[in-house]
Design a protein around this ligand. Structure first.
Ligand code: ZN
Length: 343
């Protein structure tokens, strides 16, 4: 049985941010690739987990940030968060706001958000202000944890969906940072309760229910690697060349062990790998077209949480079962399925 009793007590800081975006038809003061969104609000709630069933929620933290670059409200964003250009004149500069937020977080906590976009926006904002983009080294994305424990799915759900699912009383509208953070914290709390009760029923099934720790990763590590093949006249050759890449762990560079070899799932190729130190990595390859109408393969290897790994295992299972069925009914033309699994 996997001992998880050293998990308690644990503090989770669930944060949520709102950000403004450049105006598409106006020259942008900075490259939108470097700053896809400028933070205008930070909200957060702390959740203390004292035992499987004991949780304490803090009062929400909320701070308004005055943007320095995108000072005109983007209309699309405004529609969602209901703020005007005038509102953007209020608040404190980002470096001060962030330092207050960090102070509020304290020490020894797991940073949490819904999805991974808040983390990448936060990093881009830190960089543009010349601050270190290293953030808390433990991060948990609530979205895949919810998917797995609540519905046993890899599908991405919205916060509103999860609030509905757990029948959390909806006292406020969504899309203000502190309210959203509060809802996300409640979802996290319910997901943790579900997690421990499922775990209790399947104490030995690590495969079906990976440890909570597999949902926590270090957002400061380079956890992905991309590569591409040369251009080829045919898609098949491009894929074949891309599949040949020898894969090492993007974090420690150790050679990876194959858990599931490359297989096709629609037009994408998937695979699963294990690093002895950093556990599961998933691989993905797609063929892309060059402007000269040739093909190259684009590969990506990344560190994944328990839920994303399960998705690949399920696709592989479907594939294996499909192949079995085909073998049973030989009249089905399997010509198109002669893909590169053997490689
Ligand atoms: Zn590694």
């Amino acid at each position: 049985m996997i001992r998880e009793d050293n998990l308690f007590p644990m503090t989770f800081v669930v944060f949520d941010m709102e950000w403004n975006q450049p105006i598409p038809y106006m020259p942008s003061p900075v490259d939108p690739k470097i700053l896809p969104g400028e933070i205008i609000e930070i909200g957060a709630v702390k959740l203390q987990m004292l035992s499987e069933k004991d949780y304490v929620l803090s009062r929400p933290f909320s701070i308004t940030v005055r943007p320095q670059y995108y000072r005109i409200m983007n209309r699309q964003v405004s529609r969602v968060i209901n703020k005007s250009t005038d509102d953007l004149k209020c608040g404190m500069p980002f470096p001060e706001a962030y330092s207050l937020f960090q102070e509020w977080c304290g020490e020894d906590y797991v940073l949490c958000a819904w999805g991974d976009s808040d983390i990448s926006i936060l990093k881009s904002n830190l960089k543009i202000h010349g601050l270190t983009s290293e953030i808390n080294e433990r991060f948990l994305d609530i979205q895949p944890l919810f998917g797995r424990v609540a519905e046993n799915t890899s599908q991405q759900r919205s916060v509103a969906y999860a609030v509905d699912f757990y029948k959390i009383p909806q006292t406020d509208d969504f899309h203000s940072a502190d309210k959203d953070a509060w809802y996300e914290t409640r979802i996290l709390q319910e997901s943790l309760i579900d997690y421990f009760s499922i775990k209790e029923k399947n104490p030995d099934d690590e495969q079906a229910f990976p440890s909570l720790r597999t949902y926590i990763s270090n957002p400061n590590l380079t956890t992905q690697k991309k590569w591409r093949s040369e251009a080829f006249p045919s898609e098949k050759d491009a894929i074949r060349a891309t599949l040949g890449e020898i894969l090492c762990c993007p974090i420690c560079d150790e050679k990876l062990q194959t858990e599931i070899p490359w297989f096709s799932s629609g037009r994408t190729y998937l695979s699963l790998w294990q690093c002895p130190q950093h556990s599961t990595m998933s691989g993905k390859i797609r063929a892309k077209k060059t402007p000269k109408q040739e093909f190259y393969g684009s590969g990506q290897l990344r560190f994944v949480n328990g839920n994303a790994a399960r998705y690949v295992r399920e696709k592989w299972q479907e594939k294996v079962e499909g192949v079995k069925k085909e073998a049973e009914s030989p009249e089905i033309d399997s010509e198109n399925e002669t893909k590169c699994e053997q490689m």
